[in-house]
Design a protein around this ligand. Structure first.
Ligand code: GRF
Length: 205
């Protein structure tokens, strides 16, 4: 048995990537376990899922007029309380502040729905469609002090099919994310991708 890394997931949305990570953590001798979820949203799918499978969840909401530095310190403390080896941003819809980035430098990764450095920021799928690219995908990268700019760790390519709209393309990118993120994290935890080659996502690691 190898060492099991402690992972905290930050999420604000439906939590499908959290589910994929959780599923990957259920297999025998999994390389990581999800020890906590941190969210800024009370009523999101990620929090509901965490509760349903008994993952401890911390809420750090940001209300209009709140001090960003105080909020960021709250996020930092919430993450630190779980003593993670790795921190995964999986649809966390707020920009993480300086002190949190610094506290977890080289330990914090993000999943983004484009082949970075193309289409940073919001609406990456729409940006790809508007640009007319024939291939897009998703990227796992380290979090640094800017948005979607940190060193790239893993990527999966997804073809744009004629007739695609934002929903259909986003759905296929999410399928790729659900393979790429757990496998990339497993690599970071020092374990290889155990899936058969034909099932592996095209990745550059
Ligand atoms: C994902 O598409 C991810 O790339 C982006 O936010 C989305 C989160 O989806 N950063 P989910 O909440 O994991 O379903």
């Amino acid at each position: 048995m190898g060492v099991t890394s402690r992972v905290v997931v930050l999420a604000s949305g439906q939590g499908s990537n959290l589910r994929a990570l959780f599923a990957a953590a259920q297999v025998v001798d999994a390389p990581f376990e999800i020890v906590g979820v941190v969210s800024d949203k009370h009523n999101c799918g990620a929090i509901a899922f965490a509760k349903s499978v008994n993952i401890p969840a911390s809420l750090v909401p940001f209300e209009r007029g709140d001090n960003r530095l105080v909020w960021d310190q709250g996020v930092c403390d919430a993450i630190a309380s779980f003593e993670p080896d790795w921190v995964v941003l999986a649809g966390f819809m707020r920009i993480v502040g300086e002190q949190t980035v610094r506290a977890f430098e080289q330990k914090m990764i993000n999943i983004h729905p484009s082949l970075l450095p193309s289409f940073r920021g919001l609406h990456a799928v729409r940006q790809a469609l508007d640009a007319g690219v024939r291939v897009t995908g998703c990227t796992v990268h380290f979090v640094d002090h800017d948005v979607d700019t940190g060193p790239i760790i893993g990527q999966a390519a997804v073809a744009v099919i004629s007739g695609d709209d934002e929903n259909s393309l986003q759905a296929r990118i999410q399928e790729a994310e659900h393979r790429l993120l757990p496998r990339t994290l497993a690599k970071l935890c020092g374990r290889d991708d155990a899936s058969p080659p034909e099932q592996r996502t095209l990745m550059v690691l």
